[in-house]
Design a protein around this ligand. Structure first.
Ligand code: F6R
Length: 325
């Protein structure tokens, strides 16, 4: 897992999307589409969440994500669906895929193979290299999903060579601006990390929670601001009792009101000794990915501190086996 996470910046520029797939995606934009629906579970669902949070302000059509067996009723033949499954064998994603097929949606698949490759129209599948854990493949899944969605919406493609370079450089900030991943891991060991974030950093908080769950086999929570200001904040008195440690993912791209909201939230939660993580970046995507790489590394350090194997996901495999998958 350490090697996979070290490869994170490199993996952002590993996949070159097939030109024919890009042409097909651009054709969807010319035809006019009603919306884009991302399918995927666990590590394979994160790419869609990142794309949604980045493009929802610019997209003229809804971008939705489905982490379940079925797609909403309003998703019809004029919608484009992107089915993402690293293994290609995830039951929920395959079920939602079949439903989209029945509704005659245009479906693009992103996978290494498996059943998803088998059932997909060959000219609508972007294959990606196998051999990783799905959650470590996020950089590849994201580069494909974002560029495809940009084609559907008639937007310029993000240059992932440049993003990769910047994210690699962001490691320098770990020394000056953030504490080292080892230090953060030891600070949160024996407490429950509770990540708070807003907008484009909300899926980064959720990803951090999932990486801590899967890599360190350790519980964590994530909440979105401003919604958490209307409920979770009332629970702050119990943070000490449960050893909850609030961690605020703060952005350089927030408006003044949101900055005020974060400091007011921190003030109210102050008895719980919260931490702020903020990383210098040129834009929102680089901010998301630089923080993701940092927090992925923290999850590894936490796994090491607790002597657990960060690679295996025995419980996920056991559950899939119990369900006969
Ligand atoms: C394992 C992982 C899981 C899987 C999930 C879905 O590394 O991240 O959360 O992503 O079980 O499987 P795939 O990604 O193969 O569709």
């Amino acid at each position: 897992m350490r090697e996979m996470i070290q490869a994170f910046p490199e993996l952002l520029r590993t996949v070159k999307i097939d030109d024919r797939i890009i042409e097909r995606a651009e054709r969807e934009s010319e035809k006019g589409l009603k919306g884009v629906c991302f399918l995927g579970m666990g590590g394979s669902s994160i790419a869609g969440e990142y794309v949604r949070s980045l493009l929802s302000e610019t997209s003229p059509v809804p971008l939705i994500s489905v982490r379940d067996y079925s797609i909403p009723r309003h998703v019809d033949k004029d919608w484009v669906v992107i089915a993402v499954s690293y293994s290609g064998n995830t039951e929920e994603t395959l079920s939602a895929y079949r439903e989209a097929r029945k509704r005659s949606c245009t479906i693009f698949s992103v996978t290494t193979g498996g059943e998803l490759k088998r059932v997909s129209d060959t000219s609508y599948v972007q294959l990606i290299p196998s051999g990783l854990q799905p959650r470590a493949a996020l950089p590849m899944l994201l580069s494909v999903t974002l560029n495809l969605t940009q084609s559907f919406l008639g937007l310029d493609h993000t240059d992932f060579n440049e993003v990769s370079r910047q994210v690699a450089l962001s490691k320098k900030e770990w020394v000056g601006n953030l504490m080292s991943p080892e230090t953060l891991a030891s600070k949160l060991n024996d407490s429950v990390p509770v990540f708070f974030a807003h907008g484009h950093l909300a899926p980064v908080a959720y990803r951090a929670k999932c990486q801590i769950n899967e890599n360190a086999k350790y519980t964590a929570l994530s909440w979105e601001i401003p919604e958490a200001n209307h409920n979770e904040i009332e629970a702050s008195a119990s943070y000490k009792r449960f050893s909850f440690l609030p961690i605020f993912l703060e952005s350089h791209f927030e408006n003044k009101r949101m900055d005020q909201r974060f400091s007011a939230t921190r003030a109210i939660l102050s008895s719980a000794n919260g931490l702020v993580l903020k990383i210098g970046s040129r834009d929102r995507l680089e901010e998301m990915l630089s923080l993701t790489l940092y927090l992925d590394t923290v999850s590894l350090e936490l796994a090491d501190l607790n002597g657990v194997d960060s690679l295996s996901v025995d419980k996920i495999s056991e559950l899939k086996a119990r369900l006969g998958g």
